[in-house]
Ligand binder design. Structure first.
Ligand code: ZN
Length: 278
């Protein structure tokens, strides 16, 4: 991706964050911090976008179209490539691919009252697509933290962005980091949770706290980290109501990694599916 365009995106959102505590992520707010010329430049290079009108069913449909054009090995390679290069934007394609593959195209299905504005299958809220959808803050977080989410708007964004990136291949350093991550997970104490594991992997991979959380959440989504009841999206799509929270306050870890404990170790079948070439 074009460096100047990325710089424009990061600078715009960062300035907006610094100057507008409450509404920095809103289109009308951050647009005040970018010139038309810069915005057009970033758009031309697929780093920033105009807002779009998309409804729930179109989001699902476009995810299925986009994911079928992507090869598994390409997103695995992109994830691995991100480990040593710390090019964080390459990370979440893997989890988005896994979610996109498992998703069944469906129509908006209201949750039981009083949550009827939430789709009970995928968890999209109707307010998320009632107004125009903006992708620029999502993209900002891709570059900044390499974080992943199970929100279908960010899954769609990832899957439609992926073909715009150049294909990357991992090198020996990436595999060394990958193997280090595996060993650290396997060496965990039985009661360790992601909060401890995050600290433990800091010796293996050059990263900050947010980045480490992002990696461990991706490993959860693709089926590597789970407990005995809460699984990732490898075998089947996890519906909104199945993405249970732990009965604790302020658990900021995504599903299903939030349920993982050291005693569950690594799911080797899934690990091998993604990371061991046959
Ligand atoms: Zn849905």
């Amino acid at each position: 991706m074009d460096k100047k365009a990325i710089k424009i995106l990061l600078k715009t959102i960062k300035t907006s964050q610094a100057e507008n505590l409450r509404s920095w992520y809103e289109w009308d707010t951050y647009k005040k911090h970018i010139t038309d010329e810069d915005f057009n430049y970033a758009k031309k290079h697929f780093v920033m976008y105009d807002r779009v009108k998309l409804d729930h069913n179109e989001i699902c449909k476009r995810i299925k179209i986009a994911v079928e054009k992507i090869k598994k090995q390409e997103v695995v390679d992109a994830f691995l490539y991100s480990l040593s290069t710390r090019q964080l934007e390459y990370r979440s394609f893997l989890s988005s691919y896994c979610i996109g593959k498992s998703l069944t195209e469906h129509s908006f299905t209201a949750s039981p009252k009083p949550n009827e504005t939430i789709c009970e299958i995928c968890g999209l809220h109707s307010y998320e697509f009632e107004e125009l959808i903006e992708f620029n803050t999502l993209n900002y977080f891709k570059y900044k933290h390499g974080s992943c989410t199970d929100n279908l708007i960010s899954v769609l964004f990832d899957l439609e962005q992926f073909p715009k990136y150049s294909i990357k291949k991992p090198n020996n350093n990436d595999f060394e980091i990958l193997n280090g991550l595996k060993k650290t997970i396997e060496d965990s104490e039985n009661n360790d949770r992601v909060s401890q594991l995050k600290k433990n992997i800091s010796k293996t991979i050059k990263s900050n706290d947010e980045e480490r959380l992002g990696i461990l959440e991706i490993l959860g989504i693709i089926g590597v980290l789970h407990d005995e009841k809460h699984f990732g999206y490898f075998e089947k799509y996890v519906t909104y109501s199945e993405r249970e929270h732990r009965p604790v306050r302020n658990d900021d870890v995504g599903y299903p990694s939030r349920w993982w404990k050291g005693e569950f170790g690594i799911d080797n079948e899934k690990w091998n599916y993604w990371f061991v070439k046959k």
